[in-house]
Design a protein around this ligand. Structure first.
Ligand code: SF4
Length: 245
């Protein structure tokens, strides 16, 4: 599994739909057409990961809300059978979760659910209280629902392409291979922060994931970033970095 040796997560954007994006003006989904990744593409990715005995995590999310996609359950089951050594994680706004659904996801072998809470309000604190109570009863799955500190769990990304470049010395970032990010159209992007996929490194519509990841474009981007060299505008603006697997 040489080409996956740096990879701790593969994020597959099965859908760009969300039932809460209208509540968050700065959500990138308000500027991306709602669509779904074809099931064949999802299966193609899983088959390739399985054939390479992938052992990292598989996340069925990027920006869309996976709970709005009725295929989520079958994708989890397929991932379990095709990529048995991988862990399955879900990032969600939590609206599709109930105590019984959470238990079911644990039984299906999901290793982690991250619930994004978007405001430190009474309602969100109550949701957190309920989820924390359920989390204590889980045995194999982690359920986390951290409250945002300043009203937002995530830094707004809407201006990632235009905000002021940062002046401080750049630190190494391992993102392009540490978390392989595949958008709903099958573009492999430099980074999950690249919500417009303007920094597309290749596409899996016609090529294998291996041929994209093992390309000189990706290797060069990874080597430069892991040395702290940030040549792309998004990397000079993001203010983030990703650790090694
Ligand atoms: S430097 Fe920032 S934008 Fe570039 S890959 Fe890393 S986290 Fe993403």
């Amino acid at each position: 599994m040489g080409w996956l040796e740096h990879t701790g997560q593969v994020s597959i954007e099965i859908s760009t739909k969300c039932d809460m994006s209208h509540l968050h003006a700065e959500c990138p989904l308000n500027h991306i057409p709602a669509s779904m990744m074809p099931s064949d593409t999802v299966l193609k990715i899983l088959a390739e990961l399985g054939a390479n005995e992938y052992t990292g995590n598989i996340a069925f999310s990027r920006y869309g809300e996976p709970g709005t996609d009725p295929r989520l359950w079958s994708f989890i089951a397929m991932a379990k059978s095709r990529v048995p050594r991988a862990g399955i994680t879900i990032t969600t706004n939590g609206r599709f979760l109930s105590p019984s659904i959470i238990m079911e996801l644990e039984e299906l072998g999901v290793v982690k659910i991250h619930v994004s809470l978007y405001g430190n309000t009474l309602q969100q604190r109550k949701i957190k209280e309920v989820l924390d109570g359920i989390a204590e009863r889980l045995t194999t799955m982690q359920l986390e629902a951290p409250l945002p500190v300043n009203g937002h769990a995530h830094k707004p990304l809407i201006d990632i392409y235009t905000r002021e470049e940062r002046k401080e010395p750049y630190v190494p970032c391992y993102q392009p291979l540490a978390d392989i990010s595949i958008d709903v159209l099958g573009h492999v992007t430099l980074c999950c922060l690249d919500w417009k996929s303007r920094n597309c490194l290749g596409t899996i519509s016609n090529d294998s994931l291996e041929s994209v990841i093992d390309s000189s474009v990706v290797r060069t981007a990874f080597e430069q970033l892991s040395n702290g060299t940030r040549l792309r505008g998004i990397c000079q603006r993001c203010g983030s970095s990703r650790e090694q697997r």
